[in-house]
Design a protein around this ligand. Structure first.
Ligand code: BDP
Length: 350
């Protein structure tokens, strides 16, 4: 864990927005802001003039955490040590849904999150969150690196956020503590946790199971106490969260290849000079290949680890019935011409 002791902050431009925030935020939010502003007045014992605080739910050493740290190194070098990034990993700043709000309010400067928790607020983020929309990780990269990806990043601006980059999130599959799932029939009536997104609730209902949206940090104990039978996630999260210890049946149906996103608070962004904004964008872009490399390696390490620790991996799964059953989710969520065009362009990308 990062020690906050001895931190010192040199410049106060990022603090200027505080009175505005206090006026406009609810009492609860203002209180939280005040607590965090305490961090802001101190900065790492280094030459950094501004230290951007970035949130991540994952533990130290997880690819997303390491990638944002790598971005921080690039940014520091690009700005001759003026701009730095401090990653608050392991949910130190809270669960994703809450940290997203705090980022919109400028309390947190940056946030690395899944696209899932944005689904209910930014409709464009629903598109890469659709089940089986991507044929492979390569397909996802091609789309997210291209015009559709850019349109989705741009959509964050209207929600007080700046979309900086997409990161890999592997493919997500169901795991549970009851029985090996070999077909859709096996899922009937089972209870799975999903991220807090209506789309994912409908996706799970579509295959005959029950969805319980809840924060990531509650999943482990909810499986243990029988509130849910399981959840769904990628290899590294299944492993690093310890969920494999309490839910050993993992079925590779790979229903989602949902990317992760790195966003910045628009309030923090607006306080940067145009040159510094460009440096942030450049450093974020440079962190993408770093992340992809770390991710590919970590997927293998995590898979090997959960197998060695006794997870039963079901690979002989026919995805066709899952793909068919989940189609109504497209009908429900892909309604406007804009979203339809995105789906068509994704499907036409080879
Ligand atoms: C992980 C994502 C993380 C999400 C988590 C979840 O990296 O951002 O919080 O899944 O399921 O794969 O909530």
């Amino acid at each position: 864990m990062t020690s906050l002791t001895g931190w010192r902050r040199k410049r106060t431009s990022f603090d200027a927005g505080l009175s505005y925030r206090e006026e406009t935020m609810s009492l609860k939010k203002a209180l939280f802001a005040t607590v965090l502003a305490g961090f802001a007045f101190t900065s790492a014992a280094s030459a950094c003039e501004v230290t951007l605080r970035s949130s991540d739910t994952h533990p130290d050493g997880y690819p997303t955490v390491a990638a944002v740290e790598a971005m921080g190194e690039t940014l520091k070098a690009e700005t001759n040590g003026r701009l730095c990034i401090e990653v608050f990993h392991s949910k130190q700043l809270g669960e994703e849904k809450d940290t997203i709000e705090q980022t919109q309010f400028g309390v947190i400067d940056m946030n690395r999150v899944s696209l899932g928790p944005f689904n209910n607020i930014i409709e464009e983020t629903q598109i890469p969150s659709l089940p089986y929309i991507f044929r492979s990780t390569e397909h996802m990269h091609k789309v997210m690196d291209g015009p559709v990806g850019q349109e989705i990043l741009d959509a964050f601006t209207a929600h007080d956020l700046i979309g900086l980059a997409f990161y890999d999130g592997g493919s997500r599959s169901f795991y549970n503590n009851q029985k090996p799932i070999h077909s859709m029939d096996d899922l009937k009536g089972m209870k799975f946790r999903v991220m807090q997104s209506d789309l994912f609730v409908d996706m799970v209902s579509a295959v005959g199971a029950n969805a319980t949206p809840m924060p990531y940090g509650e999943v482990y104990s909810s499986i243990q106490t029988g509130v849910i039978d399981g959840a769904e996630n990628n290899w590294p999260s299944y492993e690093s969260s310890g969920h494999h210890e309490v839910a050993k049946y993992y079925t590779l149906d790979q229903h989602l290849i949902v990317p992760e996103v790195l966003v910045m608070s628009k309030m923090s962004w607006d306080k940067l000079s145009a040159d510094d904004q460009a440096a942030v964008r450049k450093a974020a872009a440079a962190s993408v290949p770093v992340m992809r490399d770390l991710w590919a390696k970590r997927e293998k390490v995590s898979e090997a680890k959960v197998r060695a620790q006794g997870s039963q991996i079901i690979t002989d799964i026919d995805k066709t019935p899952f793909i068919e059953a989940m189609k109504p989710v497209y009908e429900k969520y892909v309604t406007s011409e804009k979203l339809k065009s995105m789906v068509q362009r994704i499907q036409a990308t080879h």
